[in-house]
Design a protein around this ligand. Structure first.
Ligand code: ATP
Length: 292
């Protein structure tokens, strides 16, 4: 049996850092949006070998170091499941360590695919609960669409969809450590912009311009990266209604009403950056797209 799963990336329309729990985890309030840029995860039953993983990016690990591998181990550790041997093939298109939940969505796709192969022992909500043990973004990647994420990012509530638009995603050459970014936000004097309320109100009105004008991310203030500001400025010059960094960065997204403007902006950015994509918002998370 072979099951192919589409694994979409996410962007953060907002990211408010609210505080830090006694166990060290940070509490956040975010508006998350699935996008059409995706990885493809194909799972094939094999005669033996428990879990084998192959990834189109040679710099990513193919063992327990890969979150998708750990997702398979977690799934097979459940008492509702009789383990079987499987080969996992990840075709990566989502930039790595980019604030786009690329690893989390691969893990979510593995859970969705294995659940399908095992005869659906779990509802999607149960899979989301399982997935939270792998990473805070995994439940969102499973459910997808437009959601408010709270707590450490795993408490999800549906939000109105992002109105139709084109999105440009551009990853600058800088690397951002999520842990270091949080450490910076712990410094005295940092205060959240609490931007989620305004974007949520704009989504409720279905008003793309107001949503785009209000997108915001506390990490942008924390990190103060010149390369981020430069890309944002270039997107706005090219006609974006708004632009913002996603997650803990460094990818920046721009919101465009017109696809032609988004394409022209991407072409311009591609002169300097290697990882630039034009995509759209989508209203679902990881889904089986083919079964053989
Ligand atoms: P998030 O937005 O959830 O914080 P991210 O987009 O910033 O995630 P990822 O692309 O998930 O970051 O990668 C984070 C790290 O996880 C990378 O340094 C990479 O080595 C590791 N990793 C393990 N498995 C994967 C995978 N399947 N895809 C991408 N990265 C992976």
């Amino acid at each position: 049996m072979q099951v192919t799963v589409n694994a979409p990336a996410k962007i953060n329309l907002t990211l408010d850092i609210l505080g830090r729990r006694a166990d060290g985890y940070h509490t956040v309030r975010m508006l998350m949006q699935s996008v059409s840029l995706s990885d493809t995860v194909t799972l094939t039953t094999v005669p033996e070998g428990s879990v084998q993983l192959w990834c189109s990016r040679p710099d990513l690990p193919c063992d327990e170091g890969n979150i998708a591998y750990r997702a398979a181990q977690l799934f097979f550790a459940q008492e509702e499941v009789t383990p079987f041997s499987v080969k996992i093939d990840i075709q990566k298109r989502i930039p790595v360590a980019a604030g786009l939940a690329g690893g989390s969505t691969d893990a979510a796709a593995v859970l969705v695919g294995l659940n399908h192969m095992a005869g659906m022992p779990f509802h999607v909500q149960q899979l989301a609960q399982l997935g939270a043990a792998l990473g805070a973004d995994v439940p969102f990647c499973l459910l997808g669409g437009t959601m408010i994420a709270q707590g450490i990012g795993t408490e999800l509530t549906a939000a109105p969809p992002l109105p139709a638009c084109s999105l440009v995603l551009a990853k600058p050459g800088v690397s951002v450590s999520t842990q270091e970014a949080y450490r910076q936000s712990d410094k005295e004097g940092f205060c959240s912009a609490f931007g989620t309320g305004a974007v949520l109100a704009a989504l409720q009105q279905g008003d793309l311009s107001s949503v785009a004008a209000a997108v915001c991310n506390d990490f942008e203030q924390v990190l103060q990266l010149e390369s981020i500001q430069k890309i944002k400025a270039e997107m706005l010059r090219a006609g974006a209604l708004g632009a913002c960094m996603s997650g803990s960065g460094p990818t920046v997204f721009g919101v465009f009403a017109l696809e032609e403007q988004a394409q022209a902006c991407a072409m311009q950015l591609q002169k300097e950056l290697q990882e630039v994509f034009v995509c759209t918002a989508q209203q679902e998370g990881c889904r089986v797209i083919k079964t053989v």
